[in-house]
Ligand binder design. Structure first.
Ligand SMILES: NC(=O)c1ccc[n+]([C@@H]2O[C@H](COP(=O)([O-])OP(=O)(O)OC[C@H]3O[C@@H](n4cnc5c(N)ncnc54)[C@H](O)[C@@H]3O)[C@@H](O)[C@H]2O)c1
Length: 477
């Protein structure tokens, strides 16, 4: 969403950020160009018989880089979808996967449709037809191109896509791995739906462990007590807001939706607001805070952490100077334009970049893909060994607690809970936590360690472009 005619497009913004980083690297120009360009974009126009007429839809699937296969990236359903947008999003997927070491190339898809205009049956017809067009060209395939949810899509659409693939490839034993983000009873993995929001939470925890980074943002102390404003209470924004307010003691004082915002300086009950929006279709009338008609104005309200979790280009040349948050974490892809990025950098605002901040989704998608290909429940292998290791600790604690000189006892259900701690959800969460920590450290080392790198985004690009370049070089390019 470009807000100003002087503003570059989303794709140009990504290129400008890429160029800024690449200028600090010692790579051959030919290799730089190979990494920068989008390999291919397929455009499809197809008709679906709806309400007694034929309605034509336009969709895209873009493959940015195949330095690793399959390529990976979500499918978005929104009226704003266009080629420029999908190509920008596909490029970000390449760098995101490299940064968190998910072994995929970058891709993205989109369909120009407003899901609110159609009922469930109509959406199924539209989704299956779009999937059919992509599957028959191997643009959805477990070993070549694996989509996932994005704006306007969720596990329901992923289940339709997986089923469509299965119908067209009845003998493919790996068909479930053709798409991630499926429901858990249809080949999905526990913790995928919450994964991107959970990743935002882990990213913020990693940031607040980095005292030098916290100082650079002009903040102090811990995540606990920091005032948060979130834009977009969809999959990513809702989970991030819920976890931060319920588990980290960080009150969400503002929530911005496309049709208004809610502000409450004492913190908003996220579950209650989500239930209200689901029932009413709007935050208007919510009793737990003040309703603000011009929702986007809340982006400029005083807070510690701003979480844009809706769409691109919302922080731009028009409002960047008025942003008061010390820290912006880009839960959405591309919420800050290249021009706004420069203004915010000059102001000293720290931005945790999209390619890292929302990488939780692709990380857990990777676990799901591996689970589907291995045909075994995630964590099932080795579970007995894990349990006997846990049992050793429990027995030892039991023994110590028998010591009369120590005045404490184990709670009766401790043992049971401890042993259950090795389940799929716990493994997914700990794998995600590790990934977010390691990736943060790799960026922060560059951010704090090089005088010519003054922001986390450039640091993130340096790390990820370096990995993509190494991958191409290993192939002899
Ligand atoms: N779903 C994922 O796993 C995932 C992974 C990585 C990145 N992302 C990115 O996160 C962002 C959100 O994705 P999502 O899956 O949560 O989508 P979603 O469709 O579940 O939610 C988007 C939310 O934003 C709201 N919204 C739309 N336009 C708005 C506007 N102008 N102002 C305020 N709110 C607005 C919508 O009403 C909705 O509540 C996108 O940029 C997407 O690319 C999503």
């Amino acid at each position: 969403m470009t807000q100003n005619t002087n503003e570059p497009s989303f794709r140009e913004s990504v290129d400008m950020m890429f160029n800024r980083a690449v200028n600090l690297m010692d790579l051959k120009p030919g290799l730089v160009e190979k990494i920068r360009v989008c390999n291919a974009t397929y455009t499809v126009r197809f008709g679906v018989r709806l309400r007694g007429d034929i309605k034509t839809f336009t969709g895209y699937r873009s493959v940015h880089s195949e330095h690793m296969e399959p390529v990976k990236g979500g499918i978005r359903f929104s009226m704003g979808v266009n080629q420029d947008e999908v190509e920008a999003l596909a490029a970000l997927m390449t760098f995101k996967c490299a940064l968190v070491e998910a072994p995929f190339g970058g891709s993205k898809g989109g369909l120009c449709v407003d899901p609110r205009e159609y009922d469930e049956h109509e959406m199924e017809l539209i989704t299956r037809r779009f999937a059919y067009e992509l599957i028959k060209r191997d643009l959805i395939n477990p070993s070549q191109n694996v989509p996932a949810p994005d704006m306007g899509t969720g596990e329901r659409e992923m289940a339709w896509i997986a089923d469509q693939y299965k119908r067209m490839h009845t003998t493919d034993i790996n068909s479930a791995a053709c798409v991630t983000g499926k429901p858990t009873n249809a080949g999905g993995i526990q913790g995928r739906t919450e994964a991107t929001g959970r990743g935002v939470q882990y990213a913020l925890r990693a940031f607040f462990r980095d005292s030098e980074g916290v100082k650079k943002a002009g903040l102090s102390g811990k995540l606990d007590g920091k005032r948060v404003i979130v834009q977009g209470l969809g999959n990513v924004g809702y989970h991030a807001a819920k976890f931060l307010s319920e588990e980290d003691g960080a009150p969400v004082i503002g929530v911005i939706e496309y049709n208004g915002a809610i502000f409450n300086k004492d913190g908003i009950d996220i579950e209650a607001l989500k239930a209200h929006i689901t029932a009413e279709g709007s935050p208007k009338g919510f009793a737990g805070g003040e309703f603000i008609e011009d929702g986007a104005s809340l982006l400029e309200t005083d807070c510690d952490i701003l979480i844009p979790a809706a769409l691109e280009g919302v922080i731009n040349l028009r409002n960047a100077r008025n942003i008061q948050a010390n820290l912006i974490i880009e839960a959405a892809n591309g919420p800050v334009t290249a021009g706004a990025d420069e203004i915010l950098r000059d102001k000293g605002t720290v931005i945790i970049p999209d390619m890292y901040a929302n990488a939780g989704g692709v990380t857990v998608s990777y676990f799901e893909w591996v689970k589907n290909l291995s045909h075994i429940r995630f964590g099932r292998m080795g579970r007995r060994q894990e349990e006997s290791r846990h049992q050793l600790i429990v027995d030892e604690l039991d023994r110590i607690s028998q010591d009369a000189s120590i005045n404490w006892t184990l709670s009766p259900d401790f043992k049971d809970k401890y042993l259950r701690g090795a389940g799929e959800l716990e493994l997914v969460r700990s794998g995600l936590d590790d990934t977010m920590r390691i990736a943060y450290e790799s960026m922060a080392n560059v951010w704090h360690g090089r005088d010519d790198v003054t922001d986390l985004r450039t640091a993130a690009y340096l790390v990820s472009i370096g990995k993509v370049a190494a991958s191409y070089q290993a192939k002899g390019l």
